[in-house]
Design a protein around this ligand. Structure first.
Ligand SMILES: C[S@@+](CC[C@H](N)C(=O)[O-])C[C@H]1O[C@@H](n2cnc3c(N)ncnc32)[C@H](O)[C@@H]1O
Length: 288
């Protein structure tokens, strides 16, 4: 037996030192690619996230990774970099007041208006992360619409992060997430999976209401709208005022008059918008 086969396998050591220059380089690149502003106090978090890419590429240090990103060969790495730096925290029925508003104030009106014309209802979850938001929208809509087929009802769910979209589309979650839901909303979120399973899958009936696509909010959008409701929650916090204002104008252009925009709990409009009226907690109505 050779000496090396007796030695314990040492994990490769990754040098995660992030110099000021490299931090500046990464922050600029991420801003250009995704509009995400990485502030200086996020340095430790950024280092940790870059270390994942360093390991995946078999490199030895964050410095080496930054040098690689400066080469033309790094074009394919850019989406991976963005996947690594995005924050994907989300939850079913997160900021529940939006779903209560959707179920009680928005959908019944839309159903009444559109029923006899095989009406089109469109909802966009514009930073959908791992899918909890669009599946909660689907569950809320099913609760109101039942199984009626006289409406052309669809949800578009988009995100910049290709890894998280794969998870979202699969619709598989730890069963305990469902166990922890408040009892009055729990029955809405239908899933397949025998009792006692550690993982369950969102039911086909809810999954088929949603189309998942990659979309970068700072690039051009292929959709023509109109949307009756747009969810843009907990992503504006990563953008600067200029980026938020430009995205907001484009949301307004895609929102049907009388449609609604939901922002996250700590978010607000970068400046008052002449076509948006605040009507509830981070709920804006598009005025004609
Ligand atoms: C914190 S999650 C919010 C998820 C969900 N909307 C919620 O409120 O629970 C933020 C999401 O925004 C996405 N994101 C960040 N920059 C983006 C961009 N430029 N275009 C589209 N999505 C982006 C991230 O990938 C991440 O999944």
């Amino acid at each position: 037996m050779s000496r090396s086969s007796l030695m314990p396998v040492q994990p490769a050591v990754t040098d995660v030192t992030l110099t000021r220059d490299d931090m500046g380089f990464i922050a600029k690149l991420v801003y250009e690619q995704a509009g995400i502003v990485i502030r200086e106090h996020k340095e430790a978090m950024t280092r940790g996230r870059l270390a994942r890419r360093v390991k995946a590429l078999g490199l030895g240090s964050v410095a080496e990774y930054c040098a690689f990103l400066k080469t033309p060969a790094a074009q394919d790495e850019l989406p991976e970099l963005i996947n690594a730096v995005t924050t994907n925290h989300t939850a079913f029925f997160r900021e529940r007041h939006h779903f209560d508003h959707l179920r009680k104030d928005v959908l019944p009106k839309l159903v009444q208006e559109r029923s006899n014309r095989r009406g089109r209802i469109r909802i966009w979850s514009s930073a959908c992360s791992s899918g909890e938001e669009p599946y909660t929208i689907a569950a809320s809509c099913r609760d109101v619409l039942g199984s009626r087929s006289d409406l052309d009802f669809r949800i578009l769910a988009t995100d910049i992060d290709t890894d998280i979209l794969v998870r979202a589309e699969a619709g598989i979650y730890p069963a305990e997430l469902f166990e922890r839901l408040p009892p009055d909303v729990k029955p809405m979120l239908k899933f397949d999976g025998a009792p006692g399973r550690t993982e369950v899958r969102i039911s086909d009936d809810l999954r088929r209401l949603i189309a998942f696509k990659r979309l970068n909010l700072i690039e051009t959008w292929p959709m023509r709208g109109p949307f009756d409701v747009i969810f843009c929650r907990n992503v504006f916090i990563y953008f600067d005022t200029q980026t938020k204002a430009s995205i907001l104008d484009r949301f307004v252009a895609l929102l049907a008059p009388g449609g609604f925009l939901y922002l996250g709990h700590s978010e607000s409009l970068p400046q008052p918008h002449p076509q948006l009226r605040l009507i509830g907690r981070t709920i804006y109505e598009r005025i004609p």
